[in-house]
Design a protein around this ligand. Structure first.
Ligand code: NDP
Length: 445
């Protein structure tokens, strides 16, 4: 840890992600002396390659804008680099490194042949016209295309990168390479995308949560759920909770959150999807349509998020990193929450996680619970290679099986080290062991 911090002192999110893994894999290192001799921790915390580049583009007023682009190719022991692109003003190298690091273990847990990577830019698509987004994506790809390929590195979406952005990115890649290949996942269905890919992260999150509940002879039926975010993961997490008979009472965006005590039903969810995906509006507009719901805007003076103070059975954070701090964790536990399943990457701070583990709340780390997205991306790659398109039920069944298998892999790894029902340690141990064994098999490269 001191080496990691000394090398890049400002990369706090990366330190946090590494700390969480190294703490939980200590017993693995103690059991396998070769791992220490081979300096696997030093090797696994250093990206194989980091690409940073200038992204110049012209806005609708003719002004030249310059953003920064990133791709971190973290680890390719198990396959080509795979992981999303994030477009958000908060993006910097430390954020992309933390996401790429998490991705390595997540991809390992899916059992598909995928290494880990992540990329993005500090570009903010919010409030930009389609033309501006297109020009930005084209400029971004004008550099990135040199470093990616269907057998090298296959990016996908993340925050701020949805179907529209993937389309523009793919169009530019195709033009520059003169190749129609599966170099990006999350593509539109009409030109190489997979059924269920948009739904996969959210659905997978709820499949994983259901597996956890089943260990206590329980189900999603009748559960009151707090969901944060209103983007891709939040929308399909909500949809699957509704399918399974649960009730979702909150959604949020960076401006604030809505609380709808009556529950966000299918019709209200369809309104949110239209609002967010087509009109690109704000969640506050929900209460203009559904008057019984209450909107609370973000209050930067508070040291907790009021969204997490409502009484509920389950919490599924689906917005961003560190959105549940210790105080939020306390509020969740005292509000009766018995399950926390991370749709977002690293949404809970380490002290909040400690609290959940102490209170025996069923807690699923993002690298296990939100692995459904990349798993179906892996299936999209397989379909692209075969020039085939599998039916919806087939992809959904495969997704369910993968989530079930990740759940049991986490429990088996935890049992192997006698650490009880600890999904965090289980996910880290299982993901880490597979990647490290691959690295050692392939020599010092
Ligand atoms: P989207 O861009 O579709 O949605 C993100 C949502 O979170 C928006 O409602 C956004 O609000 C909100 N949000 C983002 N940043 C902040 C912030 N700093 N504070 C408050 N709210 C914020 O992204 P996704 O749904 O795809 O991603 C959500 C999370 O899930 C991320 O952590 C991502 O890494 C993770 N994830 C996504 C996968 C995928 O397949 N898409 C796969 C695995 C994990 P606003 O619009 O106001 O910014």
């Amino acid at each position: 840890m001191s080496l990691v911090k000394q090398r890049d002192p400002e990369q706090r999110e990366f330190h946090q992600a590494v700390q969480e893994v190294v703490e939980t894999v200590k017993p693995v290192l103690d059991r396998n002396m070769e791992y220490r001799q081979q300096a696997v921790l030093k090797r696994i915390t250093e990206p194989e390659r980091v690409i940073m580049f200038r992204v110049p583009w012209q806005d609708d007023d003719g002004q030249v804008q310059v953003n920064r682009g990133f791709r971190v190719e973290m680890n390719s022991a198990l396959g080509p680099y795979k992981g999303g692109l994030r477009f958000h003003p908060s993006v910097n190298l430390g954020i992309i490194k933390f996401l790429a690091f998490e991705q390595v273990f997540k991809n390992s847990l899916t059992t598909l042949a995928m290494g880990g990577g992540k990329g993005g830019s500090d570009f903010d698509p919010k409030g930009k016209s389609d033309g501006e987004v297109m020009r930005f994506c084209q400029s971004f790809m004008a550099e990135l295309y040199r470093h990616i390929g269907p057998n090298t590195d296959i990016p996908a979406g993340d925050i701020g990168v949805g179907a529209r952005e993937i389309g523009y990115l793919f169009g530019m890649y195709k033009k520059l390479k003169n190749e129609f290949t599966g170099v990006l996942t999350g593509k539109s269905l009409n030109w190489g995308g997979s059924l269920i890919r948009p739904e996969a992260t959210g659905y997978g999150n709820v499949y994983f949560a259901s597996e956890m509940l089943a260990t206590r002879q329980d189900t999603m039926e009748g559960k009151i759920c707090l969901v944060s975010g209103a983007g891709n993961v939040a929308q399909f997490t909500t949809e699957k909770i509704l399918d399974l008979g649960g009730k979702v009472v909150t959604l949020s965006d960076s401006g604030g959150y809505i609380y709808d005590e009556a529950g966000i039903d299918q019709e209200k969810l369809a309104f949110v999807m239209q609002l967010k995906n087509i009109r690109r509006g704000r969640i506050s507009e929900y209460v203009e349509k559904y008057r019984s719901a209450v909107y609370t805007s973000v209050d930067p003076t508070l040291d907790y998020n009021p969204l997490w103070t409502h009484k509920a059975d389950c919490a599924l954070p689906c917005a961003t990193q560190n959105e549940i701090n210790q105080k939020d964790g306390e509020n969740l536990v005292s509000g009766g929450v018995r399950l926390v399943s991370e749709g977002a990457n690293m949404p809970c701070t380490p002290d909040a996680i400690d609290l959940f583990l102490e209170a025996e709340v069923l807690y699923a780390p993002g690298k296990a619970a939100n692995a459904g997205g990349v798993a179906v991306s892996g299936l999209e790659m397989a379909q692209n290679s075969m020039r085939l398109s599998w039916p919806r039920e087939e992809v959904d069944n495969r997704l369910k099986q993968i989530m079930k298998s990740i759940h049991s892999t986490c429990l088996d790894a935890a049992a192997d080290y006698s650490i009880g029902q600890n999904y965090l340690a289980g996910a880290n141990i299982a993901g880490f062991t597979k990647v490290v064994n691959g690295m050692l098999d392939q020599g010092l490269v």
